[in-house]
Design a protein around this ligand. Structure first.
Ligand code: CLF
Ligand code: SF4
Length: 469
């Protein structure tokens, strides 16, 4: 049996138990740093940083920073004051929002005044909210003191290469110390500053996640070495993100292709023996609001926020978090009892797609699911692999695809899965899916995902009638 079964990869629930108390406190309700937390807690980004000091070949400056965000979507730029007000509004409407990140639309540290003023205001008005920063790393080392002062405990650095040769294929230029550098010289300066920034963060007790944009034909051969290197320098988590083809980018013009899900899975498998990986990233927008994978930004536009009177109530938020923690504790205890009934000699490993809209529950219908969580299930337990985005089958009139095209597309994305577990699956798609060999299971509706997967495994894979959970 390969891989790390019986636990969730990345920093999941089980891993949290083994972390020192000080680090556990920092990550246990951070939806990006803890795989398990992302089912319960939300994040928001405030788009206050328009400028950038480097050029990445996968980026089109008209859009958000592709190092942390999905290219192709434009943010509404905010002043620090507008951003702070928005944070308070979201915090009271979505009290499970625990983290505010600044991730663009350019680079936060190319806009230091706006970025740090925003963090100052949030720290003053809502000190219970964690602060998070995502940067290309060029200016990071210059701001360590400020980052520390403001208790920004989480920093993401996008590092895409180990060698300057590879880096020079990604970055045509950087703007540093009032001067534009190009080619190998630019790549050398950038890499040196990124790795120095990483070390300085670690030395100052700041948790670092490294994002790497995986572009197979450009940096594919270096990712494993990169993973080892950032681990050695003390990074906490490595997020290997697939390059997304953005409109009008240099890579698009050069015909550079994004990785297939299989290429991504392979590279993640190589790296996971060296480093904890983040596998649940949704490459969210620089103004994203809500649980990962969900975007409630439209509820909090500048116009709507400007009309609001907000009274921030930390007690109300604390009460919500306490009830979430009780629920998590219950689920954790229940999870510990799962897979005690299965035997190694019966070991069969299957991939299963689960429809969920949060709370770690099977609580989404097949027809309305915008994504599926893919788990590997074996007699030893479950392992989260990644999510796969789909077009909802019940799409109303907003899609140009008709129902059968959508279903074909979903089937092609889930063709390696043995089953779909959802809260409800209608007769029409069920027939087609089952003809294609994908089991449709909705009898475990509203159960916690680990329990549903254990029951499914025992009943449908091991063919046992009694389920010991
Ligand atoms: Fe935002 Fe990034 Fe902080 Fe998370 S996102 S700044 S660490 S709060 Fe998270 Fe979104 Fe992936 Fe980023 S899912 S794109 S990793
Ligand atoms: Fe674009 Fe971000 Fe790269 Fe700057 S750092 S060029 S905004 S992807």
């Amino acid at each position: 049996m390969s891989g790390c079964h019986s636990k969730q990869c990345g920093v999941g629930n089980d891993e949290l138990d083994f972390l020192p108390e000080s680090i556990r406190k920092k990550v246990e309700n951070h939806p990006c740093y803890s795989q398990e937390a992302h089912h319960f807690y939300a994040r928001m980004h405030v788009a206050v940083a328009p400028a950038c000091n480097i050029q990445c070949n996968y980026c089109n400056r008209k859009y958000d920073c592709a190092n942390e965000s999905r290219p192709g979507v434009v943010s509404e730029l905010l002043t620090p004051e507008e951003a702070a007000k928005k944070v308070l509004a979201v915090a009271m409407t979505i009290p499970q929002m625990t983290v505010v990140g600044i991730a663009g639309p350019g680079d936060p540290l190319a806009n230091p005044d706006r970025t740090f003023r925003t963090f100052e205001l949030i720290k003053e008005k809502a000190p219970d909210i964690k602060l998070c920063l995502s940067t290309n790393g060029l200016k990071l080392i210059d701001y360590i003191k400020k980052i520390k002062e403001l208790d920004i405990d989480h920093v993401t650095i996008t590092i895409n290469a180990v060698s300057p040769e590879t880096a020079s294929k990604i970055y045509p230029w950087i703007f540093y110390n009032h001067k534009r550098y190009r080619g190998l010289e630019a790549a050398k300066i950038l890499l040196e500053r990124q790795y120095e920034g990483l070390q300085a963060c670690v030395e100052n007790g700041i948790l670092v996640k490294v994002n790497t944009v995986f572009v197979p034909e450009i940096n594919g051969e270096e990712i494993e070495e990169l993973s080892k290197k950032v681990r050695k320098l003390g990074a906490f988590l490595h997020n290997i993100m697939p390059y997304v083809e953005g409109d009008g980018t240099a890579f698009q013009k050069m015909g550079i292709k994004p990785p297939t899900p299989q290429q991504l899975k392979e590279v993640q498998e190589k790296c996971e023996s060296h480093m904890s990986l983040m596998r649940h990233c949704r490459q969210c927008r620089a103004d994203a609001v809500g649980l990962l994978g969900e975007d409630r930004g439209q509820e909090f536009t500048k116009d709507k926020i400007s009309k609001l009177e907000i009274r921030y109530d930390p007690e109300f938020r604390r009460a919500v978090h306490e009830s979430i923690e009780k629920e998590r504790e219950k689920l954790k205890k229940a999870k510990a009892l799962l897979f005690t009934n299965t035997k190694e000699e019966n070991d069969i490993t299957v991939l299963v797609a689960v429809a969920s809209k949060g709370g770690m529950l099977v609580n989404e219908h097949f027809g309305t699911a915008k994504e599926f969580l893919i788990y590997e299930v074996s007699s030893a337990g479950i392992k989260f692999i990644h999510h796969r985005k789909v077009t909802p089958y019940c799409h109303g009139s907003i899609s140009c695809l008709d129902g059968s095209d959508i279903l074909e597309d979903t089937i092609s994305k889930l063709s390696d899965c043995k089953a779909i577990i959802a809260a409800k699956i209608g007769f029409e798609p069920r027939d087609v899916l089952e003809q294609k060999g994908i089991q449709c299971v909705d009898e475990f509706a509203y159960l916690p995902i680990p329990e549903a997967l254990a029951k499914y495994y025992e009943k449908y894979v091991l063919n046992k009638e009694t389920v010991g959970v």
